[in-house]
Design a binder for this molecule. Structure first.
Ligand code: TIH
Ligand code: FE2
Length: 325
């Protein structure tokens, strides 16, 4: 990305990393995916399964062609894919009652009623995107695989969530090191239907626009330890609200056990913590409540240093840049 010039508060031109200003600018992200997107790395469970690879290529080709305003293309999942989903679905939904935060538990039945969530077949992203739009204005764009942190976070400024559409390899249903449709639909989608969580996600997105690489890394780490792997206290119990936990029955069990370390969530410290991406997390950050995590992150983001501020205009679906803070 090339830098753009922005008029700073003191009338001096500042150079900041490029960022999307209108919804259709997100179209430029579709080709830029990180490893394990198009090409599976050699230790991936699907790497030596040619049929799996071919199927993934078909699905990601559609994501690559997606442009702003298109409906999310329908994928006709095979009986094997629906069976893998059903297996994950049944294991997870049994655990949600005891392991998921109450916000996730509240939305889940609404997804069953409105979006056809069941163990029979994988729901279509388009159906879920429409439902989220009604609830919070969030919408889903299909993506080939992992985007850079900057691109992925920038899209949240527009209430856009990038979602994969393919499913994990059926040989390892309990955990996958990369996002897949189970992770997106069972972990993320329920929380994007929650108005507070939608605001929180957009806040991180707005903070990431034109931010320095260092600040983007911090925001991405905070996102990791909240939206992906967040644990919170509800009553006197620990519950999972992170999507990476709510989509992995292996890690969902493990995260609330006494095996990993649980530390109190403090954005300054959390933002500089290293983490593995292919194994269960050794450390979880525990928020006092789901709301408390959002407020703390919002506060952290508002104290970040940027020579301008931004706001989202939902009517024009564009970012307004305010020259001085
Ligand atoms: N590990 C998660 C799962 O098995 O569903 C998927 C991911 C979470 C975060 C990044 S990839
Ligand atoms: Fe995720």
């Amino acid at each position: 990305t090339t830098d753009v010039r922005i008029l700073g508060p003191d009338g001096v031109q500042d150079s900041v990393p490029w960022f999307p200003r209108k919804m259709s600018d997100l179209d430029t992200f579709s080709e830029k995916v990180l490893e394990m997107g198009e090409e599976l790395s050699s230790d991936h469970p699907g790497a030596n399964d040619p049929a799996y690879r071919a199927r993934r290529a078909d699905i990601t080709r559609m994501a690559k062609a997606f442009r702003t305003g298109d409906p999310v293309p329908r994928v006709d999942y095979t009986p094997e894919e629906n069976a893998a989903w059903g297996q994950v679905y049944n294991r997870l939904t049994q655990m949600y009652k005891t392991h998921a935060c109450r916000e996730h538990q509240y939305v889940f039945p609404l997804l069953e009623q409105n979006c056809g969530y069941s163990d029979k077949e994988i729901p279509q992203l388009e159906t879920v995107s429409r439902f989220l739009k009604d609830c919070t204005g969030f919408q889903i764009r299909p993506v080939m695989g992992l985007l850079t942190s900057r691109d992925f976070l920038n899209a949240f400024a527009f209430r856009v969530f990038h979602s994969t559409q393919y499913i994990r390899h059926p040989s390892k249903p309990f955990y996958t090191p990369e996002p897949d449709v189970c992770h997106e639909l069972l972990g993320h989608a329920p929380l994007f239907a929650n108005p507070d969580f939608a605001d929180f996600s957009q806040e991180i997105g707005l903070a990431s626009l034109g931010a320095s690489d260092e600040d983007v890394k911090k925001l991405a780490t905070i996102f990791w330890f909240t939206a992906e792997f967040g644990v919170c206290r509800q009553g006197d119990e620990l519950k999972a609200y992170g999507a990476g936990l709510l989509s992995s029955f292996g890690e969902l069990e493990y995260c609330l056990s006494d095996k990993p370390e649980h530390r109190p969530f403090e954005p300054e410290k959390t933002a500089i913590t290293e983490y593995p991406i292919t194994t269960f997390q050794p450390v979880y950050y525990v928020a006092d409540s789901f709301k408390d995590a959002q407020e703390k992150v919002r506060d952290f983001a508002s104290r970040m240093n940027r020579p301008f501020s931004v706001r989202y205009n939902a009517l024009t679906q564009s970012i307004e840049v305010l020259d001085s803070k």
